[in-house]
Design a protein around this ligand. Structure first.
Ligand code: SAM
Length: 287
């Protein structure tokens, strides 16, 4: 059984799933109607699939976490290129379909669960090196933020998210999208928006654009902070009132009107959206 699943076999599984008619037929024969709440928009574009796979730079040493494998369009080629794949699917009908398609493949661990109910430290302890997924919209941001906090953590993420989320993850100070998510991601990672994806690349097409982001874990955090928890509390507090001036924000945060902002090179009238990660770190260390 396992021997039958050669690279070529995986490729042919993948190619079929990039034909909308085959996807529609597969769903119909299994009586599955795509569920909007679960973000069931299945990838049907071979170019996008190839971009995801090549950006992941997989080798047989990789243990890949796939969140929401769906019909398995990505799972097949991931299995062909990585050493091991852990795929977590919430939908029971899709899970059963995946079990039929990939059952007996020793390098695949298929888990029927909501990713939000899975213990991430336990998952990471199994040696996950990369996350490759077309993430379900509803939980995409939350799961990324939770994964960024793990130690050990994945070295690389190649994920499709809502376009706005991709822009927020990668935004630099003063950009419209710059905020809490940018800081949480860029603290330990390099983030790049690799490609914006049109809705027509999915079946059924979603109402919004998506984008592929490539997130690469840095060997060391970008900045040194004494207390990571305090740093997070500070930026959360600040960005919950992003239009206010930093001096006013800090007064509410510390009950101390004398935070020496000049010591970190900050103008008291500056607003959170213009303050860089390095300055937030200095500020957190000072408080
Ligand atoms: N990977 C497939 C593809 O590229 O065609 C499907 C991607 S689709 C955008 C999102 C998938 O995530 C669906 O299969 C959906 O059932 C699954 N999903 C949604 N919420 C989930 C959750 N909380 N935990 C695990 N899987 C989830």
């Amino acid at each position: 059984m396992i021997g039958k699943h050669t690279e070529q076999n995986f490729q042919s599984l993948e190619l079929k799933l990039t034909r909308p008619s085959d996807v529609a037929a597969l769903l119909q024969t299994h009586g599955i109607r795509p569920n909007k709440v679960l973000g069931q928009n299945f990838l049907i574009d071979a170019n996008i699939l190839e971009i995801l796979l090549s950006a992941a730079e997989l080798t047989k040493d990789d243990v890949v976490l796939e969140i929401g494998p769906g019909l398995g369009v990505l799972t097949g080629p991931l299995l062909a290129r990585a050493g091991r794949v852990i795929a977590i699917e919430k939908d029971a009908a899709l899970f059963n379909l995946l079990r039929e398609r990939f059952g007996g493949i020793a390098s695949l661990e298929l888990i029927h669960s909501d990713i939000m109910d899975v213990s991430l430290p336990e998952l990471m302890a199994r040696g996950v090196t990369k996350v490759v997924a077309n993430l379900p919209y509803a939980v995409g941001t939350r799961i990324l933020v939770d994964l960024f906090e793990q130690n050990p953590a994945p070295r690389r993420y190649v994920v499709t998210v809502q376009r706005e989320v991709a822009d927020r993850l990668a935004a630099k100070p003063s950009a419209d999208d710059y905020g809490l998510l940018s800081l949480l991601a860029q603290f330990d990672h390099d983030v790049k928006v690799r490609k914006v994806i049109s809705p027509s690349c999915f079946f059924p097409p979603p109402q919004i654009k998506s984008a592929i982001v490539v997130v690469h874990r840095l060997p060391h955090p970008r900045v040194e902070i004494a207390d990571r928890k305090k740093f997070k509390t500070l930026i959360k507090h600040a960005f919950s009132q992003r239009r206010k001036q930093i001096a006013t924000i800090l007064r509410g945060f510390t009950n101390n009107s004398d935070v020496p902002l000049a010591a970190v090179g900050l103008d008291p009238r500056e607003r959170p959206e213009n303050i860089a990660l390095e300055t937030w770190a200095k500020l957190a260390n000072l408080l």
